[in-house]
Design a protein around this ligand. Structure first.
Ligand code: KG4
Ligand code: ZN
Length: 354
């Protein structure tokens, strides 16, 4: 059977958008445990931004339960789209394109956003744009206060699922420079926190405890050196910390929780900071832009600018609400794709396949 790729005349509408001055995009994000809808003009101006976090639902299980996440997205997505339009005082007649996260993420969760976006594109005859979630995080740097940021720059995406360093050559060309070969940095925070019986998500809990601690525990016998390929690994650190906790518990010794959290945070972040600054320096990039949930970490936010400034590199960090998963970054990424005539999708768009 021949699938109709583009509904009605959405391809013609898409082609006309390329040269247009004002483009208003409805973004949809459902890749993990946040249902998010946003309306963004010209990739930078956020007209409305709505988010329903499922954290309370998942925290009793100590992590995201995919089936529960999908069901919650299905329940929330249509009312949130309604609210986003109302907040921006717009109707579907004002929307030039619909942007949706199609990968990477939990397949069932992504499928909800992709199915709704395809349905709306078909029903209202609005071009559909597919957005890669990690590229969305990079574009969070173009939103609001940081909208003066201009490529080239070094982008770092640090979240529960990703630890990746990019050379952002222009608004749509992202060269992968390096990143984790195993666990993401946020995953290491969450797993260590879980072992300490701290609530999910563990990153903010460890961050808070670290504030009153001293980084006085060395988890590695030998200091880790920076890989020339800017490779990172967090699985070994996670295991070293968990083994340390286990050993202390077996010996009946008291764990100084703030010191443990401060030591783990400093080890995890220093590794990242040194690698990112080295990558930016090698590629002669004068700005490092952070994104992803771990960009909220106090130690990282404080120390990355200090280390980078010694190499004459500046650091920009988006407002917290755009660091964590959101739909404004998805709409922003779609705007830059449209301007280059890229990433139009049809009714054959799959969820979860990069
Ligand atoms: O970007 P995000 O909201 O979702 C993903 O795409 O993963 O990132 C969530 C991750 C979690 O691992 C969470 O523990 C971590 O970001 N995180 C933090 C902090 N706030 C959130 N990690 C360390 N320190 C924080 N303050
Ligand atoms: Zn994310």
């Amino acid at each position: 059977m021949n699938i109709c790729l583009y509904t009605s005349n959405t391809k013609e509408k898409f082609d006309k958008l390329i040269g247009r001055d004002n483009i208003t995009i409805l973004g949809i994000e459902t890749s993990c445990d946040e249902t998010a809808v946003s309306i963004v003009r010209n990739g930078t101006t956020v007209l409305s931004d709505i988010l329903f976090s499922q954290i309370d639902t998942h925290s009793i299980f100590g992590g995201v339960v995919p089936e529960i996440a999908s069901r919650a997205h299905a329940e929330k997505i249509l009312p949130l789209i309604d609210s986003a339009l109302k907040d921006a005082k717009l109707t579907f007649n004002d929307i030039d394109a619909i942007a949706v996260t199609y990968a990477p993420g939990l397949v069932g969760a992504l499928l909800v956003g992709v199915s709704v976006a395809k349905s709306l594109s078909f029903a209202y005859n609005i071009p559909l744009i597919k957005v890669n979630h990690i590229e969305g995080h990079i574009c969070a740097n173009f939103l609001g206060a940081n909208s003066n940021l201009v490529p080239p720059f070094c982008a770092v995406v640090v979240s529960g699922g990703h630890t990746a360093i990019y050379n952002v050559k222009d608004y749509v060309t992202y060269e992968y420079l390096g990143g984790t070969t195993d666990d993401a940095i946020g995953e290491a925070f969450d797993k260590v926190a879980r072992f300490l019986n701290l609530p999910y998500p563990g990153g903010p809990q460890i961050d808070k405890l670290a504030q009153s601690g001293q980084a006085n525990i060395n988890f590695f016998k030998n200091q880790k050196s920076i890989s020339s390929e800017f490779k990172l690994s967090y699985s070994g650190l996670k295991t070293a910390v968990i083994n340390y906790i286990h050993g202390m518990r077996q010996r009946g010794e008291d764990i100084n929780l703030p010191d443990l959290c401060a030591s783990f945070t400093a080890t995890a972040c220093d590794l990242l900071i040194d690698t990112v600054v080295a990558a930016a320096k090698k590629h002669k990039l004068k700005t490092i832009a952070l994104a992803g949930g771990v960009a909220a970490n106090t130690y990282l936010r404080t120390n990355l600018p200090i280390v980078a400034s010694k190499q004459n590199i500046s650091v920009v960090i988006p407002p917290h609400k755009y660091c964590t998963d959101n739909a404004a970054m998805i709409a922003s990424r779609a705007y830059f794709a449209i301007k280059k005539g890229q990433d139009i999708a049809g009714l054959d768009l799959n969820a979860g396949i990069v």
